[in-house]
Design a protein around this ligand. Structure first.
Ligand code: BGC
Length: 755
């Protein structure tokens, strides 16, 4: 620390300004005079995209392992596996001389149309936060840094460099920030990458509230904030807003602008020094890890295969899978010959090798005859002759395997999806093949949900194989043949149609802004609340075995919020093969001051069980598991009352429910004011104490005057409960000994005296 402060004193203004802007597209500015090395960053997050020439923004990258993308990684629900992948990634960074990898992406999947959803984990902030934290911990355990991105509310590609995400405070705190918050607090990423977009009218790159008040001060982030590539508009404003490093470089004009602002007094040099201090801290930390050497391409390929297999989600299976000894399998679809294993854009990896799905299948198929038909052309063109040939192939076989990949034109960084459909040719192909071959398995390669209701009934099985990474071809074969028992679970809901999705009428916005009108209700929070049927629920996925849940237990029937709770359940593998189950814990609040989703994920664990084996799964629920963010109090609050602890195999498959009583230990300030309604007064214990006598009197008078209303909470009673106390008093002004305002102020004073 002292060393850094001393160094800052020795640095000239020019050197400090230059350090805060990249020297090249991928490196920071070294200060040779003082022995300060440069820092090299490279894209991720599912592999290392180390460009061969750091002076070239879009240069070809060196070979590295392409792991499955985040959709698949999250579907493993396996924090240990993500950690292991992070470590492997760090080994590759070391070999490829990279100090910081630009990932993970912890943004929410607000709508399945988001072009970069394949790079993001989930529609649920708790799951995304755990995944991001584990990834970061894995990478950083080897002395390589991460860049948690894209901070924040980066949920679409439409006008991605300029759109303003209009998000209310509660939604931000409960949905769009928690994954970042968890990752920052739990895993301490070296850097955070701020997003291109504006948040509530202010560019994230110069958003003081986001970068300083929340990230640095409230969450205690100690590293530096780097801009997304080209996200800075005004360098001086961004430094003031808490953006430490601008990328990419070089940007001579920016450096000069900073120098000028300091000299003119527009920018306090202490602000610049703070950014320099943060950057130097990471530069020195990175220098502790010596770089170079090689990495184990074979071991990493094997890890990529395991991750892919464990992230794939078996969505439907009428018993056809795992494949048994067959005479003849028709393998249909281009994706069997050309693996679709990653998405387009900055995360595009140059793989060390790529498994060919057909050849990998052949290796496990033994003596079974495999015949191939292309099924559909590249892109979105339509070619009936390919369907006809596929149908012929399928008819002559015992089983058909349909390998279908969404074309790049339908899904990539840089543009959103226009629909949730496979191509018309692919849909026609499924229908035609399943019509002649009931034993058809559909295997999907895509980064985000596709709709299936037009064709799923005809398929015997459906496997969601994602953008599966370079070893995915082998992983598909592993799952089809039962070498890996499927254990992926959806980290996002599969809707029946696009119009059912939560953000549908608020996406992608216009006039420079997108209003997050659905608020906290994204993903299953929305489908649950609106009782909208879905194709597949959040948390869902099939296995080749079955599991039972027994003996649910909570550590206390009544507990204090600060103490939290532990929940346990015995899970048994009741089938004939070993398998893994993902035990999910959701919390349901019976009654709350502000509306809450019917249930929210607050814990999960993945357990491996041999046939007949039982394990007790225990999960801890802390204060935050029961709290919600209250914008009026500007903090997370709990309220006394009952909660259901729901333990299940998906958000729609709850196996045990325990009801517990929470006691809040919070002493919240009184929010009553002149505008407070009678209901507000009566629902606040302090307010109720003060106005109870007056309330009785007024209730009687209102009843006489207006009639109606029988019993508490109905009719006239409710009518006047919705009125501000002050307004009610206005009606009776002539009978009052003082102006109503003075009367209310007096009552408010009594409340604060009792406080
Ligand atoms: C992307 C980032 C990426 C950066 C550097 C940007 O366009 O949004 O995710 O890390 O480029 O390639």
């Amino acid at each position: 620390m002292i060393k850094i402060n001393d160094l800052i004193k020795k640095m000239t203004l020019e050197e400090k300004a230059a350090l805060c802007t990249g020297a090249s597209p991928w490196t920071t500015t070294p200060v040779e005079r003082l022995g300060l090395p440069e820092l090299t960053v490279s894209d991720g997050p599912h592999g290392v995209r180390r460009v061969a020439d750091v002076n070239d923004l879009i240069a070809a990258s060196l070979p590295a392992t392409c792991f499955p993308t985040a959709s698949c990684m999250a579907s493993t629900w396996d924090v240990d596996l993500i950690h292991a992948m992070g470590q492997a990634l760090a080994e590759e960074c070391i070999a490829l001389q990279v100090d910081v990898v630009l990932g993970p992406g912890a943004n929410m999947k607000r709508t399945p149309l988001g072009g970069r959803n394949f790079e993001y984990y989930s529609e649920d902030p708790y799951l995304a936060g755990q995944m991001a934290a584990s990834f970061i911990a894995g990478v950083q355990s080897k002395g390589v840094g991460t860049s948690l991105k894209h901070f924040a509310a980066n949920n679409q590609e439409f006008r991605r460099l300029t759109i303003s995400a209009e998000v209310d405070e509660r939604t931000l705190r409960e949905i769009y920030l928690p994954a970042f918050e968890t990752a920052v607090k739990k895993a301490k990423p070296w850097t955070v990458l701020c997003s291109y977009n504006k948040l509530n009218g202010s560019y994230c790159s110069e958003n003081h509230r986001l970068l300083v008040d929340i990230l640095k001060d409230e969450w205690g982030f100690e590293g530096f904030v780097v801009s997304d590539w080209g996200a800075v508009h005004d360098r001086v404003a961004s430094l003031k807003g808490g953006l430490d490093l601008e990328m990419p470089g070089p940007r001579e004009r920016r450096i000069k602008a900073v120098e000028k602002a300091v000299r003119s007094g527009d920018l306090d040099e202490a602000v610049l020094d703070e950014s320099v201090r943060r950057i130097l801290g990471i530069v020195f930390k990175a220098a502790e890890t010596s770089k170079g050497g090689s990495f184990d391409t074979t071991a990493h390929h094997a890890l990529a295969r395991r991750m892919a297999a464990e992230g794939m989600v078996l969505l439907k299976n009428n018993g056809i899978l795992p494949l048994k000894e067959q005479q003849h399998i028709a393998v249909i679809g281009r994706a069997a010959e050309e693996a679709h294993f990653q998405g387009g854009g900055s995360s595009h990896i140059n793989p060390t090798q790529v498994d060919n799905p057909f050849k990998e299948l052949q290796k496990l198929a033994g003596n079974t005859e495999l015949t191939y038909a292309e099924g559909y052309p590249a892109g979105t063109a339509f070619d009936q002759s390919l369907i006809d040939a596929a149908v012929k192939n399928a008819r002559s076989a015992d089983v058909a395997l349909l390998y279908l990949a969404l074309p790049d034109s339908k899904e990539s960084e840089g543009y959103d999806r226009a629909d949730l459909d496979l191509t018309p040719q692919q849909v026609a192909l499924i229908k035609a093949v399943t019509a002649v071959q009931p034993k058809t398995v559909v295997i999907l390669n895509n980064g985000a949900p596709v709709v299936m209701r037009d064709w799923i009934n005809g398929a015997a099985a459906v496997l969601e194989a994602w953008m599966m990474g370079q070893a995915g071809g082998g992983a598909i074969a592993d799952v089809l043949y039962g070498k890996v028992n499927p254990c992926g679970r959806l980290a996002e809901t599969y809707p029946l149609t696009l119009v059912d999705t939560p953000a549908h009428i608020n996406f992608p916005g216009g006039n420079g802004e997108v209003r997050y009108g659905e608020g906290i209700f994204i993903g299953y929070r929305y489908y649950d609340a609106k009782e909208v049927p879905v194709q597949f629920s959040f948390g869902y996925g099939m296995s080749y075995t079955s599991f039972t849940y027994k003996n649910p237990n909570v550590s206390a029937a009544s507990f204090k919020d600060v103490d939290g709770l532990t929940v346990s359940v015995d899970v048994t593998n009741t089938g004939k093969v070993a398998g893994k189950e993902v035990v999910q814990v959701y919390v349901h609040d019976h009654k709350s001051g502000l509306v809450r989703p019917p249930k929210e994920l607050k814990g999960f664990a993945k357990v491996e069980l041999q046939p007949g084996e039982t394990k007790t799964v225990t999960l801890a629920l802390d204060f935050r598991a029961f709290a919600y963010y209250h914008p009026a109090y500007k903090r997370w609050i709990t309220e006394d009352g009952e909660f259901d602890i729901l333990v299940g195999a998906s958000s729609a498959d709850i196996r045990c429910t325990q009801t517990v009583m929470l006691q809040s230990t919070l002493e919240l300030p009184c929010l009553l004011n002149r505008e407070s309604t009678l209901r507000d007064w009566m629902e606040d214990p302090r307010g109720k104490r003060v106005i109870a006598p007056l309330f009785q009197q007024m209730a009687g008078q209102m009843q006489t005057a207006f009639g109606g209303g029988e019993g508490e909470g109905t009719g006239m009673d409710s009518f006047f409960m919705e009125m501000p106390l002050l307004r009610v008093l206005h009606y009776q002004e002539s009978t009052l000994p003082m102006p109503p305002e003075d009367l209310v102020d007096g009552l408010l004073a009594q409340v604060s005296q009792n406080d």
